[in-house]
Design a protein around this ligand. Structure first.
Ligand code: HAM
Length: 417
């Protein structure tokens, strides 16, 4: 048997209603907030991600699906959307003259990670990005959008961790103070953290190593390195969140794994997920447009991991059953296949969802199938009625039956609820 590649999932018909449920909630909330959908290619030139996410990040270092195509171009399957979206905006002159753009996206992403619960090599994200506003209102708006979606889905038990990395000057100051602090512990730090001390000291704060954690506990806090402008921005975001009753937790060690952030960063965390407990994250990335060759364009956004959101919904036992079959046509004899086919066609044209047997099953098994398919009604083509050019319409819920002339089939829509 040929199996799907490790870390990928088939989404089977039995699970698809959950996905549809989430997808329609996404459409609803993005419409309410006035965001427009954008779709970009699944693969990009490697430099889109290499130049933005950061050379020292795990994603660029060890997780990208990168290959040379037949034209010797270095291609990467997108590991995230923000950089790809910025590339698309620059190329298509969106947000080019400071126009506000509110965008959202949904689709598959690829990271070569060690698969485990909630962590896959192909996974899906829903995200929203607000371009051209430097103001804290934009940060608060995208957070509120995410919060609204999460609440609409019935997820109330989660944590929004939030922090500020400040502007470039604040972040540089903080980096220096971290290097100074961690350098004192060079002999005790884990190998990874020691490497990060030169490549990306902020990421040491993300370490899961127990020994590192002890040292990290007393590390300088970024809040002390923020200048007035950065502090004001962060306070404003917090203030706006409070005014719409979005609960948050200021988490001074939150730095996120991508290099393009400045000012606000945030993550959504749920205890239903186990070790991969972050089901979404985002932040402000005011420098990214310029980094990718565009004009200065302040921007902020987030992405939620779809599989992780669905795992949380599973833990809440939220099951969304889609009952989609209005009518199942039961063919009493092979002589009536043509009529059945015709009736199904007429009814579908009226907007009804209609199933018809194509396996030439017995009457009894067709009725069984109708039950299994949760059909609300069946139309039975049986000899007695067909001789009178009629069919039987049966309500599967209460068992009521009525006879309907075949030339009145198009009135059936009026009988069924
Ligand atoms: P990220 O934190 O790398 O941020 O990913 C966002 C979410 O995608 C994670 O919180 C997680 O739920 C999900 N995710 C990431 N990797 C995997 C995986 N291997 N398997 C399953 N789910 C995964 C970003 O991607 C940024 N682009 C977010 C952003 C948007 N920042 C600003 N705008």
């Amino acid at each position: 048997m040929i199996r799907s590649p490790r870390g990928t999932n088939d989404i089977l018909p039995a699970e698809i209603s959950k996905w549809h449920y989430l997808e329609s909630a996404i459409r609803k909330v993005t419409t309410q907030f006035g965001y427009s959908e954008i779709r970009t290619p699944i693969f990009e030139s490697t430099e889109v991600f290499a130049r933005s996410i950061g050379d020292s990040s795990d994603i660029v270092n060890k997780e990208m699906y990168t290959f040379f195509d037949r034209g010797e171009n270095s291609i990467t399957l997108r590991p995230e959307m923000t950089a790809a979206l910025v590339r698309a905006c620059i190329q298509n002159s969106l947000a080019n003259r400071g126009e506000l753009e509110r965008l959202w996206y949904y689709g598959p992403f690829f990271r070569y990670e060690r698969p485990q619960k909630g962590r896959f090599r192909q996974f899906h994200q829903f995200g929203a990005e607000c371009l051209s506003s430097p103001n804290p209102e934009a940060d608060a708006e995208v957070i509120l959008l995410a919060h609204s979606l999460i609440s609409d889905l019935g997820i109330n038990d989660y944590l929004l961790n939030i922090n500020s990395l400040g502007n470039n000057a604040s972040r540089d100051r903080y980096r220096d103070s971290l290097v100074e602090y961690f350098s004192k512990y060079k002999n005790d730090l884990s190998e990874d953290s020691l490497r990060r001390l030169t490549t990306n000291p902020l990421r040491i704060l993300d370490s899961k190593d127990i020994k590192d954690n002890k040292i990290i506990e007393d590390a300088p806090q970024i809040i002390d390195s923020l200048d007035d402008e950065s502090k004001k921005h962060f306070d404003y975001v917090i203030n706006l969140l409070e005014s719409v009753n979005v609960a948050y937790n200021v988490s001074s060690k939150l730095v996120r794994g991508l290099d393009y952030y400045s000012h606000t960063v945030f993550e959504f965390q749920s205890s239903a997920l186990g070790s991969q407990d972050s089901f979404g994250g985002g932040g402000r990335y005011d420098g990214l447009f310029e980094q990718l060759g565009g004009k200065f364009t302040p921007a902020v956004g987030f992405a939620l991991g779809v599989e992780r959101v669905l795992l949380i919904l599973d833990s809440l036992n939220k099951s969304e059953k889609e009952n989609k079959i209005d009518i199942q046509i039961i063919i009493g004899d092979e002589r009536y296949i043509n009529s059945g086919f015709n009736i199904s066609n007429v009814l579908r044209k009226q907007g009804l969802n209609v199933l018809i047997d194509i396996q030439r099953k017995s009457f009894k098994s067709q009725m069984k199938d109708a039950n299994k398919n949760n059909a609300n009604y069946v139309i039975i083509l049986a000899e007695r009625e067909m001789n009178d050019n009629a069919v039987v319409l049966k309500n599967m819920l209460n068992g009521e039956q009525q006879t309907i002339a075949t030339d009145k089939i198009d009135t059936i829509k009026n009988f069924i609820k």
